[in-house]
Write a protein that binds this ligand. Sequence first.
Ligand SMILES: NC(=O)c1ccc[n+]([C@@H]2O[C@H](COP(=O)([O-])OP(=O)(O)OC[C@H]3O[C@@H](n4cnc5c(N)ncnc54)[C@H](O)[C@@H]3O)[C@@H](O)[C@H]2O)c1
Ligand SMILES: [Zn+2]
Length: 346
Amino acid sequence: MSEITVAASRPYKIHLGSGLFPELGGRLSALRRGCGVVIVSGPKVWRLYGESVERALISSGFSVLHFLHCDGEDAKTIGVYEDLMNFLCDHRIERSDLLLALGGGVTGDLCGFAAATYLRGVDYVQLPTTLLAMVDSSVGGKTALNLPGGKNQLGAFYQPLAVFADTDTLSTLPREQLLSGLGEVVKYALLKDVALFAALEQGQNPCHSAIIERCVELKKGIVQRDELDRGERQLLNLGHSFGHAVEKCSDYSIPHGIAVAIGMAMIARGANRQGLFSAGDLSRLLRLLERLGLPTDCEYDRAALLAAVEADKKRSGENITLILPRSIGHCERRSVPFAALEDYLN
Ligand SMILES: NC(=O)c1ccc[n+]([C@@H]2O[C@H](COP(=O)([O-])OP(=O)(O)OC[C@H]3O[C@@H](n4cnc5c(N)ncnc54)[C@H](O)[C@@H]3O)[C@@H](O)[C@H]2O)c1
Ligand SMILES: [Zn+2]
């Protein structure tokens, strides 16, 4: 088991390893004793892990309730959020009580936003059960809901009290969701870590704690330097401008991290055409993605993708901030005129 401290505006520990959930009661008692706990989860994850988490908490003296949301992005809506607020209010949940997000990024984003706003803020703990949530969404305190006009348009920066990532839960993750997490793992490697990239090339199991831990360390560093996403944290959007466009064109049938893999391949090809990223590095990236089973292209045409990028929230005025790979392990932010975007998407 490893422990990683995130020195954000409010510092907290990320506990990562096998067999964490059965010990959760004791570990949580070290942070907060005998309070009320509301577990927020989705139906699938609850069926798999709800009972063991609930049992572990009750045996350590917590009184436990649970709120189940629907599966998928539909859970990140104001309607579900309102139901959750009313549930907390009806059960007289107080500021000293705790919310627990048991699930993937959807659960974490919904529960985190609820925690940020209910009674102007109650503590919450992340219990990520997808690879994507372990390496990305449970770290860094971004919480969000979707609006009809766009994904993650409503949200708050609100750091959790702690994160407990039990890697045993990855054994039940469907292949598509595993691939989605892998897209983000490759992103970290291309962005910041040539050694991680090489480890993946050599066939290291990406669900191995050491790989997850490395990704968490990389994200932690970025969050500590730029918690509020004003500069360096934007690097984490590598592959996301085109990735979001692919997600949108697929009507969200392509999972986030898989779309990010496609977006990364697209922007890497674009950077190569612009003379910014070598042919050797480009072929290493494409080979790695393919070896892992990730797609490097999509069926949507250029006009549709450009229209989708145009609507993306990262666009400011006539410019768009692109994250461009320069070599494996090194990327840069560049603001380019929207009109020049097609040069990157041939
Ligand atoms: N807050 C952030 O910083 C941040 C960062 C990246 C992504 N996100 C958000 O995260 C969301 C995507 O998260 P996700 O990829 O985890 O998807 P998700 O939460 O929808 O989970 C994917 C699917 O896997 C199932 N599942 C979860 N854990 C399982 C397990 N252990 N075994 C079997 N099935 C399991 C879920 O029920 C769901 O059907 C998006 O909404 C995205 O916007 C947030
Ligand atoms: Zn992402």
